[in-house]
Design a protein around this ligand. Structure first.
Ligand code: NAD
Length: 294
């Protein structure tokens, strides 16, 4: 298939390379030209603007930081919808606010274009290894069209409901992750201060009721599990500033349905404090420093 891919950062790069591996023609564009040049050497087809990236493609995928970027890239006169073939399937994988994808959806509907939101879980490792989980919102027809492409980049694809439902699932899921990381940080710090060996505590808790995905994959303590950012001085991975974004999306979503989520709100305040101290580019698991230094 002929694919256009916009937004080749930490996540998008690996995803695009997995599409190349699956023998698609992958036309790419990013504001950062060095990224485009690097991926062109690995089999992608570099483009210098959005119009050339999206013209006459079967599928367009976007993986961008925020809702404002997604609205800009899809809706402008030099944007995706104006300049693509109207049979092109649109797939936005960014983690953004539900309102933004619905706004883009309204314009796509005016041209009868198929569109889905397909945010992901699994991080940079999942993007590189093609083991992401996709949470998809959109109609049945769009979902079925997208499925083979998403399967090239992930190991699990779930149809959550109408457009915006993938994001609803992603935002709720990441509220669990953000809160869980603080619980892990408090518990492992307390275990240490109580004189427990942290390896021993991991051995016990990872087989007991305290176990979680975050503990097994993103432990905020170094040299216990292989995949911890703590092993590499908290190099991201998933940056703390991104967690602030996701927990802010969660609070906005909760407010939109008149729901109080006090622990989610407290978690957001803690990550915000941490980022304000200059730690936004560290992995989110470095939140343990806030607790250790307290
Ligand atoms: P990133 O900042 O590394 O990459 C985003 C890329 O988009 C950058 O290369 C940037 O230059 C490009 N970009 C921004 N505006 C653009 C525009 N107008 N035109 C073209 N390119 C543009 O971010 P990331 O870590 O790859 O995350 C991307 C999305 O995936 C975010 O919404 C994030 O929340 C989500 N996500 C990230 C992770 C993770 O572990 N990093 C995990 C799951 C979901």
């Amino acid at each position: 298939m002929k694919i256009g891919f916009i937004g080749l950062g930490n996540m998008g790069s690996g995803m695009a390379l997995n599409l190349v591996k699956a023998k698609h023609d992958v036309h790419i564009y990013d504001l950062n030209k060095d990224i485009v040049d690097g991926l062109t050497k690995k089999g992608c087809i570099g483009c210098s603007d959005i119009i050339n990236t999206v013209k006459d493609r079967d599928v367009i995928i976007t993986m961008l930081p925020e809702g404002s970027h997604v609205r800009e890239v899809y809706l402008g006169l030099s944007g995706i919808i104006e300049n693509s073939n109207k049979k092109t399937l649109l797939i936005d994988c960014s983690t953004i606010d539900i309102e933004s994808i619905k706004t883009v959806g309204i314009k796509a509907n005016q041209y009868n274009m198929n569109i889905i939101d397909a945010p992901v879980s699994g991080g940079v490792v999942g993007a590189d290894n093609g083991t992401l989980t996709f949470m998809v919102g959109g109609n049945e027809e769009s979902f079925n069209l997208a499925l083979p492409i998403l399967n090239n980049m992930g190991k699990k694809v779930v149809h959550a409901g109408d457009l915006g439902s993938g994001l609803a699932a992603k935002i709720c899921n990441n509220m669990i992750l953000g809160i869980t990381m603080i619980a892990l940080s408090e518990s492992f710090t307390m275990a240490k201060k109580l004189g427990l060996d942290q390896n021993k505590f991991f051995e016990i808790s990872s087989k007991a009721t305290g176990m979680s995905w975050a503990m097994l994959n993103h432990l905020p303590v170094a040299d216990i599990i292989e995949t911890a950012a703590a092993n590499k001085g908290f190099k991201p991975g998933f940056a703390a500033s991104m967690m602030v974004k996701d927990l802010s999306l969660a609070q906005a979503s909760a407010a939109s349905v008149n729901l109080n989520t006090p622990i989610g709100s407290l978690a957001l305040d803690m990550y915000k404090d941490f980022v304000k101290q200059g730690n936004g580019d560290l992995d989110y698991t470095a939140i343990i420093k806030l607790i250790e230094d307290n």
